[in-house]
Design a protein around this ligand. Structure first.
Ligand code: CS2
Length: 453
């Protein structure tokens, strides 16, 4: 079967073909993962189709993967299949103008970052890359330094990772190493689309739909949302014409998404994985779980922040639960469960801290922490091994091997649990209580006992 390339585009169904001819490159993107291909790249193709401009993306891969090799062999083309109970729709994206491999093409990457034609940098490098001295930070520092020396025009550096104040966090990391001019901005964003890791099923879908081979294919839910702080001194693609929300106040959208969608996602992931469920949708069939999630949303998450004007956190939470329950979107529990040390603080622990500041009980927040602890122990209720894929795995395993209670040992990890939270007696005792129940009775029985299910 022919590979997806510009030459084979004429053989695929017309409705699946790109809506643009790839223009000149105006964006550098760091991190070529599935989420980026199904989110920013789709928005950017639609923005170019609606508003024109040299806004093709130069993809910069942090390491060489089959996907990078495929995109290079496919003239930068790849497909996105939107999956839902209503069926599948596949489209080919032509927004990528170049694909670079950072480790072997570093000078080309820093040269691009200094190039006046580049006016926007976007990133999806995951939470764990936001550390001083990370490869991402070093690459951006070198590129921005080169840009300042070259006297290149203004630049917007746009974090698209699930972090609170993502732009501000990124700016702080870069500013430690280089004096940033006002012409380099760091807009904050909220990004949303459920994009499972691609599987053989993903590639088979494309073969059937398009009659070509696409080893950079991604699949995703139909829903997507992008809220962006409008701070682009050098200009930007017409993302607003593609459905993105440009605003001066991203914070409430970011809290809504991180605490409600991602907080509930992690809750389902840990309870579901320990109970032995493969996917998020499967786990949601567990008796009593949806009731507990609705309690979490209404009694803790919704009380912990002020949502965007006119938005009901409870209604948003119901929509999120419907999206999670779609069996067509096969998002694995262990995929969400990875990097818990980086995700829990923003998705769950800030909700707990804000709930406690309001004198509220962190009942379900404590259950999520206990479920993470059970997951970190590496064995599901049925004895199946669970993967601890986490940058803090060595520290977590050392705590689990130490004497004393698992709960006290893990709560002593200050990189995850702030001192004020670990010292909160009501939170502590609830985590102990839930951990004892999960260990003695398992997830299913614990949830059934809560909901009387
Ligand atoms: C998920 C997110 O894997 C995870 O941690 O919670 O990738 C989630 O699918 C996206 O944030 C949805 O927008």
């Amino acid at each position: 079967m022919a590979r997806l390339t510009k030459d084979s585009l004429s053989t695929i169904p017309a409705e699946a073909r790109p809506t643009i001819d790839t223009p000149g490159v105006g964006i550098v993107h760091l991190g070529v993962g599935a989420f980026h291909r199904a989110h920013q790249a789709v928005y950017t193709e639609d923005a170019i189709a609606a508003g024109g401009g040299d806004w093709a993306i130069a993809e910069v891969a942090p390491n060489s993967t089959a996907v990078v090799d495929a995109m290079r062999a496919q003239d930068g083309l790849f497909s996105v299949t939107s999956l839902s109970g209503a069926g599948a729709r596949t489209r080919v994206i032509a927004a990528v103008g170049r694909v670079l491999h950072a480790p072997s093409e570093r000078s080309a990457v820093t040269g691009l970052l200094a190039d006046p034609a580049i006016r926007v940098v976007t990133l999806t490098v995951t939470e764990k890359a936001y550390q001083p001295g990370s490869a991402m930070v070093k690459l951006l520092v070198d590129g921005i330094r080169a840009r300042i020396i070259a006297g290149a025009p203004p630049l917007a550096v746009v974090s698209c990772d699930n972090l609170p104040s993502n732009g501000s966090q990124l700016r702080a990391l870069i500013a430690e190493a280089v004096e940033l001019p006002k012409t380099v901005t760091f807009p904050r964003t909220m990004v949303d689309r459920i994009v499972p890791a691609s599987t053989d099923q993903t590639y088979a879908l494309v073969r059937n739909a398009l009659g070509v081979e696409d080893q950079a294919a991604v699949e995703a839910e139909p829903y997507k949302q992008w809220v962006i702080e409008d701070a682009f001194p050098g200009g930007r693609p017409a993302w607003d014409l593609a459905g993105a929300v440009l605003t001066d106040d991203v914070a409430p959208w970011e809290q809504l998404k991180l605490r409600t969608l991602n907080g509930v996602h992690s809750t389902v992931a840990y309870l579901g994985a320990v109970a032995g469920y493969e996917t998020i949708a499967d786990a949601l069939r567990m008796p009593g779980l949806t009731d507990v999630l609705r309690q979490f949303i209404a009694d803790e998450i919704a009380q912990s922040f002020t949502p965007p004007p006119g938005v009901s956190v409870v209604e948003y939470g119901d929509e999120v639960l419907e999206r999670f329950a779609d069996p067509a979107v096969r998002y694995r529990t262990v995929q969400v469960a990875m990097d818990g040390s980086q995700k829990l603080p923003y998705r769950v622990l800030r909700t707990v801290l804000d709930s406690r500041a309001r004198g509220l009980s962190p009942r379900v927040g404590a259950l999520v922490v206990a479920a993470w602890m059970r997951f970190a122990e590496g064995t599901a209720d049925d004895g199946t091994a669970l993967p601890l894929n986490d940058p803090m795995a060595p520290q977590i395993k050392a705590k689990l091997a130490a004497s004393g209670s698992v709960v006290d040992q893990l709560l002593s990890l200050r990189e995850i649990f702030p001192a004020e939270l670990a010292a909160d007696e009501e939170f502590r005792s609830l985590v102990h209580e839930w951990y004892r129940a999960l260990t003695a009775h398992g997830v299913r029985a614990t949830l059934s006992a809560i909901g009387g299910a």
